[in-house]
Each structure stands twice: as C-alpha cells, then as structure tokens.
Design a protein around this ligand. Structure first.
Ligand code: ADP
Length: 334
C-alpha cells in the first residue's frame, strides 16, 4: 500500500490524469496473490493520511474476498452450464442408443418367434408319424426298433417343450402373452390332474403326497396357464430329485390368496443361486443340470404366469436336502 502525496510533476500522470494531484493505492490480495489494486485519487496534494491508508486497506481486504467469490461463482456457473450441455448430449446419445437397442431386441424377438413357429410345424408331423410307428399302427416292429422309436418320441417331445418355452419367452418379452380368465376351481383341477402328476413322478419311483383342504373358493384363472405352472414346477421337482424320494404338494387358503407348495427332496439350491433362477436362461451349474439339459426358461415363464394371476413365487431350499417352491394365486382377480 502506498500514499503518493504529490504526483503532479510526474510526466505519466500529467499526461494520463492531469487533474490528479495525490493518490492512495492498496493491493487487493487473495491467497497471497495480487488480483487488483484499489486506487483513490484526489485533485489536491496531500489529500491522504495514514488513517485513510488503514481504512482503505481494511476495505481492500473485504473487496478482494468479494471479488474472488464473484469470480469463483462465475466459474462455477460456467462449469455448470458446460456440465449441463454435456449431460444433455450424453442423455440424447443414450436415448438414441436405447432406441436402437429396442429395435434390435424387437428384431431378435420376432426372429425367435418366427423360427420357433416354423420349427414347431414339421416337428408336430414328425411326432405324429413316430407315434404311429411306435404304437405299431403301420406294421409290426422289432423290440429294438420299438425301443429306438420310443427314444425318438421322447426326444422330439423334449424339443417341442424347448420350442414352446422359446415361443413363450418371446411372447412375454413382446408383451403379447395373453391370458384368458374364467371361473376356476383348483381342487377340481388338482383331482383331475393327480394321475398325470403321479405318472410324471413314477419315472423315478417318486412317491407323491397331496395335502389338500376340504374346500377351496372358486377363483378366476387361465386353466392352460395354471397347468403350465404346475407342469414346470413338478417336472423340475422330478428332474432334480433322486429315485424313491418324496414329492409333496400342499394347498392352503390364506386371507388374500390360495397358496401352493411343491416340496421335493432333491439336490437343493445354494443360497447364492436362489434369486437368479427366476431370471431367464439361468441354470445352476451342476452335474444334474448339465445332464438333464433344459433352457433355464421354465421358471422365468412360470413367474410371469403367476404374476399374471396376481400371485407371487418364492423358493426355500437347502443344498442336498431339497427345495420348496411356493406360489400364490389371488382370490380377488376379476
Ligand atoms: P430348466 O429346468 O430348463 O433348467 P428352469 O428355469 O425351470 O430351467 O430352472 C432353472 C434352474 O433352477 C434349473 O436349471 C436348476 O438349476 C434350478 N432348479 C429349478 N427347480 C429346481 C428344483 N426343484 N431343485 C433343484 N434345482 C432346481
């Protein structure tokens, strides 16, 4: 800071500021750096004293901080503007990429759906002819031929199931899975379906027990889809169980819904895999899954069908001890 008592003789001032006779100048300092000068001029010589200098120094300190804040604010404002521009651009790019992904996904779903349809038609006719040959309707077969035809029949049925799963998942993804609800009595359904369940289990000599209530309220449901749900859960239970084990099906009525438990004594599922098995194409990597094949679509489809009935599905399991798959069907569907 300086006080210049008489500058009238200095050539520079004479030219630039002819009326200035004295001057006081105080630096504006922020964080040790001079960012400007606070300068007061007078038309008289000796206009300033030390008090003025002290006063202006104090003022300069405050002014320096204020100026620095204003500069920072401006910088932040510009930075925000730039950031917003970049975020806007990134959002726009993402939207574009997302649209493109949706388009590609649609093409993939259409492709899976078309191919599955195309595969199913000839397969149906192959199955028809194999059945005729297997059942001896077109002439006698040797024991060995009958055995081989039986294997072909089973394998083509498996192929049909895989294709149907693919068709279902592509329908679900395209939001085109339709359900037709009508009055439905689960007790009647189970009683009609018992033999089929027992026959599925008999391939591994699995004993099936049913624990059913005496009465069940009539609900709204899509019978074909309910059959599909049961088929998926029971075929999984059989698939992942050993010979001579037990399979239990319990039905009970809750306040809001009907609950079905499918309990097996099979290989069980590790805690860490419990959530993901309901996602599509998810299988637990075990010797059994590698041997039995499958697509990992069954539970994803089953979950969707159950949710379509206002219900939910969950599983409790212990590795090596068995699994309990439980699901509900809403009593309040209109
Ligand atoms: P998939 O049976 O075609 O493999 P799912 O979606 O039906 O497909 O089942 C996914 C996976 O969940 C199976 O591969 C298996 O690892 C596991 N899983 C399903 N049900 C059972 C069960 N009852 N016991 C043990 N593991 C099971």
């Amino acid at each position: 800071p300086i006080i210049a008592s008489d500058i009238s003789k200095i050539p520079f001032y004479k030219k630039q500021a002819p009326k200035t006779k004295s001057e006081i100048a105080v630096p504006l300092i922020v964080e040790g750096k001079v960012i400007g000068v606070l300068n007061v001029e007078s038309k008289e010589v000796n206009a300033f004293d030390n008090d003025d200098l002290l006063y202006l120094s104090a003022l300069a300190d405050k002014a320096a901080v204020a100026i620095r804040n204003a500069q920072l604010y401006e910088k932040i404002k510009n930075f925000n503007l730039e950031l917003k521009k970049q975020v806007d651009k990134a959002t726009k790019d993402l939207r574009k990429a997302n649209k493109e992904l949706e388009r590609l996904n649609q093409i993939k779903s259409d492709f899976v759906s078309t191919v599955s349809h195309e595969l199913r038609t000839p397969l149906t006719s192959v199955q028809g002819y194999i059945s005729l040959m297997h059942d001896g309707d077109v002439g006698p077969t040797t024991v060995e031929q009958k055995e081989f035809l039986g294997i072909i029949k089973e394998e083509s049925q498996r192929l049909t199931r895989l294709i149907n799963d693919l068709l279902d998942i592509s329908k679900i993804e395209a939001g085109k899975m339709q359900m037709t609800f009508s009055d439905f009595n689960l007790l009647e359904f189970i009683n009609n379906y018992k033999k089929e369940i027992e026959s599925m289990a008999s391939s591994k000599s699995i004993k099936v027990t049913f624990i059913l209530p005496d009465k069940l309220p009539s609900i709204k449901a899509d019978v074909d889809k309910i059959k599909q749900i049961f088929n998926n859960l029971i075929s999984n239970a059989v698939k992942f169980s050993g010979k001579n084990s037990m399979l239990k099906i319990i039905i009970k009525v809750n306040t809001e819904d009907i609950q079905i438990d499918v309990i097996d004594q099979g290989i069980g599922i590790a805690q860490k895999d419990l959530e993901r098995i309901f996602e599509k194409f998810q299988q637990v990597d075990t010797k059994m899954t590698r041997k039995t094949g499958g697509t990992g679509l069954g539970l994803a489809i089953t979950k969707h069908l159950i949710e379509g009935h206002g219900g939910k599905i969950w599983v409790k399991s212990k590795l090596g001890e068995g699994s309990t798959f439980s699901f509900t069907l809403s009593k309040n569907l209109k």
